[in-house]
Design a protein around this ligand. Structure first.
Ligand SMILES: C[S@@+](CC[C@H](N)C(=O)[O-])C[C@H]1O[C@@H](n2cnc3c(N)ncnc32)[C@H](O)[C@@H]1O
Length: 288
């Protein structure tokens, strides 16, 4: 969606959010100034905030935005593009496959294709219901920052020890926890999620937090060119990074700014990282 730019700047020391088309937001920003770009673009499936266009036009528009994003990225910086499927008359077009060649044309290196699995969504009748989307994590160049320790998760068998060999008796796993792997299970933001706003498809903040913590350092700039209600900006600010974002819908930008103020005031509710997914077979769903 390209819209006339609406000057509605909302900014403070670490946050810059604006109601503006992403290309015009990005053009004045300095090259190689952003450490992490994380976003979920429209999927061209006719959501309230997008107009449907032929797939080739959609891809051409994405190519322009991606090109500007690559210009903004610092050497060693990361770009995370979170997408699902474009659907046309029952046929699905996985957008990560469709867009991958554009990222490669810019020389980006794919480090992970992360599967984000969730349990709620449309119930399909003529194909299997879609219960995952993907995050393509690219870096600009061969050298890049990745702080695994900041995102380790509890090991399944934390006390497990080597039972033979020279390390017999020593812990076999990392005492800080294990690598979270490339399949991430986070509830999607549906009506009973604490982060739910009027936006039809928000990021869960915990998903972005994992990227912010592992791919940036305090003070770095994190930018979301399709910001929605500001989930990426919130994740950045929670961890003392700078958060930039833009969106063409004034209502979403106002909500993003309000959420930022709630975060500052300590009243914003976000689902905690590493909270287990509700499991009805466990007492209290596994939440106590
Ligand atoms: C999938 S949603 C992103 C939601 C976001 N991740 C969140 O947590 O709220 C895509 C967003 O892109 C916005 N958008 C569409 N075209 C845009 C453009 N040209 N520039 C900036 N934002 C745009 C839409 O208004 C929509 O809010």
């Amino acid at each position: 969606m390209r819209a006339a730019s609406i000057a509605r700047l909302q900014t403070d020391r670490d946050a810059l959010v604006r109601c503006e088309d992403n290309l015009s937001f990005m053009r004045p920003l300095a090259s190689e100034s952003v450490q992490l770009i994380v976003t979920s673009p429209p999927y061209n499936i006719g959501k309230s905030y997008e107009s449907r266009s032929p797939l080739n036009e959609y891809v051409a528009a994405q190519a322009q935005v991606i090109s500007e994003c690559v210009r903004l990225l610092t050497p060693g910086g990361s770009l995370c593009w979170q997408v699902g499927n474009h659907v046309d008359r029952g046929e699905i077009f996985p957008l990560d496959m469709v867009l991958y060649p554009i990222f490669k044309e810019h020389g980006l290196r794919l480090r992970n294709r992360i599967i984000w699995h969730f349990e709620h969504g449309l119930h399909c009748t003529k194909r299997l219901s879609g219960r995952y989307e993907t995050i393509l994590w690219f870096t600009k160049g061969d050298e890049y920052d990745f702080d695994l320790d900041s995102i380790r998760v509890p090991a399944k068998y934390p006390g497990k020890k080597h039972f033979k060999g020279p390390k017999a008796g020593q812990l076999s796993g990392n005492p800080l926890g294990k690598n979270p792997g490339d399949v991430w299970i986070f509830p999607n933001v549906k009506s009973n999620h604490v982060e739910k706003t009027v936006h039809p498809c928000q990021f869960p903040v915990e998903l972005v937090e994992r990227l912010v913590l592992s791919l940036t350092k305090p003070g770095d700039i994190v930018f979301d060119p399709y910001m929605g209600v500001g989930s990426s900006v919130i994740a950045a600010l929670k961890h003392d990074r700078q958060g930039y974002g833009c969106d063409v819908v004034p209502e979403y930008v106002d909500i993003a700014w309000d959420r930022i103020q709630q975060l500052r005031a300590g009243t914003l509710k976000t689902r905690p990282m590493n909270k287990p997914v509700y499991d009805p077979s466990l007492p209290y769903g596994g939440h106590k």
